[in-house]
Ligand binder design. Sequence first.
Ligand code: M6R
Length: 364
Amino acid sequence: DKGNHRHFMQKEIYEQPIVVAQTLRSYLQRFEGRIVLPIPDFDLSGIRRVTIVACGTSFYAGMVAKYWFEQFARVPVDLDVASEFRYRAPVMEEGGLALFISQSGETADTLAALRHARAEKQVIAVVVNVPTSTMAREADLLLPTHAGPEIGVASTKAFTCQLAVLAALAANLAKAKGRLTEAEERNIVRQLAEAPAAINGALAYDESIEAIAGTVAGARDVLYLGRGTDYPLALEGALKLKEISYIHAEGYAAGEMKHGPIALIDEHVPVVVIAPTGPLFDKTVSNMQEVQARGGKVLLISDYDGVEAAGEGCVATITMPKVHPLIAPLVYAVPVQLLAYHVAVAKGTDVDQPRNLAKSVTVE
Ligand code: M6R
């Protein structure tokens, strides 16, 4: 039932504050300021390496997690899409943590990769939304998301719930490795607990995003740029747009622009720049200015300070609530989802059932 929404995708975008809160409830002891796993005594202290494998949007959630695992737990992370991982000869030391992320828990390549990692004597952790799925059954450490059924082919609420679980897992691993003081842990709990309200704050910009969808709907190509955890978000934004609007879109690490893609820039190419204020903001802005100098039409997604500092010369700006860097990916996912959604609606495509795609890819 779509309720009073026009599409399942729209309904699922709007459910995010609630389902992220619901998911976090299994991982946070809010009043104690503690982060817990669903299997509380699961020992992560011996983990020396993490291998993250997934497909599509779930892969981009894994890519965000790589930044977190490295930053908080200082554990080396190997990351790959399942269709590559299963056919290369990845080197895995016995006892490593292999982490699989999947909404459905049935994606053929991800499942085959899981079984391969099992044969390589990895500890199998699974972040999954369907609790009765094959992957859920084959996990040593089952980390459920509580997004509820996701009907739209374009994944939205599953993604932000995956991010919530992965942030908790990264903090947990950091704790197990003795890299998190109690005060730091309390602070992470506080930041994560604020995510649902911040996502709500992002949803409040829906109408202004709808108003700029026309800038993108007529384009043939669109670029998305970001740095750090905003780089996987750029990839996710581009995937969402191509999936439901059939516009060619690419996500790039902002710093890679001058290594080739900048040759594509002219006044016909909208460039979506994802740049919350923070340590990488100035770097991304300077890449953005290189785009503008070549006539590129920039749509800047930042917070109030970022839009104040760099919004001039952009064809559009989208202002997000100012949030802690840890929860920024959960918040900035919303405008990229809404932009893709409104562009697809403007183009009149089948938002929930885009051509050539299936919700669950159970063949390789
Ligand atoms: O069920 P899974 O999370 O394993 O699915 C992975 C991808 O097929 C999925 O994320 C796909 O890329 C979505 N349609 C993206 O919106």
